[in-house]
Ligand binder design. Sequence first.
Ligand SMILES: C[S@@+](CC[C@H](N)C(=O)[O-])C[C@H]1O[C@@H](n2cnc3c(N)ncnc32)[C@H](O)[C@@H]1O
Length: 212
Amino acid sequence: MVMCFMAQTPSLKAAHALQGRNDVLDLYGAWADTYDTGFAMDQGYQIPREVALAYQEIGGQGPVLDVGAGTGLVAEEMVKLDIGPVDGVDLSPDMLRVAEAKAVYRRLIEADVTKALPGAPTYTGIVSSGTFTLGHVGPEGITALLDGAAPDTQFVISVNARHYESAGFAALLDDLKGQITDLTFKDIKIYDDRCDPEYRDEVARLLIFRSV
Ligand SMILES: C[S@@+](CC[C@H](N)C(=O)[O-])C[C@H]1O[C@@H](n2cnc3c(N)ncnc32)[C@H](O)[C@@H]1O
């Protein structure tokens, strides 16, 4: 019997239903070239700018690691705010190829952020936009990043609010008491009014804290 696996058509619904590494590689392989225009611009995707602004508001400086960098939307915002250098890490080589063409990163790393990042330098800040969401990275990603972070590293991590509830981020933050400090939250709208009605009111919670 011949079995045929087809890449899913890129959509938010498909993204939220991903299950594991191969799904991520398939979906973002198919989405990379149209992600910025066909998704981010069309839907009024706001997290990259909100994350960069939140990082600026707390006095964040480079070097910064952008976790789940995708096509580089966060680094583009960081450049506008004169914050850098920015390194990016992502599982998808296709998304990283689009990011690399923008020349906004010092270094791009193809890796799974739920595992230790071998040989990664230490960073003043670690930021993430849209990666801690349904079907993507859960609380274990924050634990892995903290394990590799120097003391006093400033974090700004967006977590989809529905994922925050269902994947147990509140429990993780409780467990991390003693390892993090200055924890604050900022809830933001993920999309503006251009977004399809089904997702227009989706919220992301920015987790803002420092490692101890
Ligand atoms: C919704 S996109 C967000 C991209 C970019 N940060 C933005 O806001 O436009 C999610 C990204 O997370 C990446 N990703 C998913 N799981 C990952 C993992 N375990 N390790 C590293 N990257 C991952 C995907 O490849 C994809 O580029």
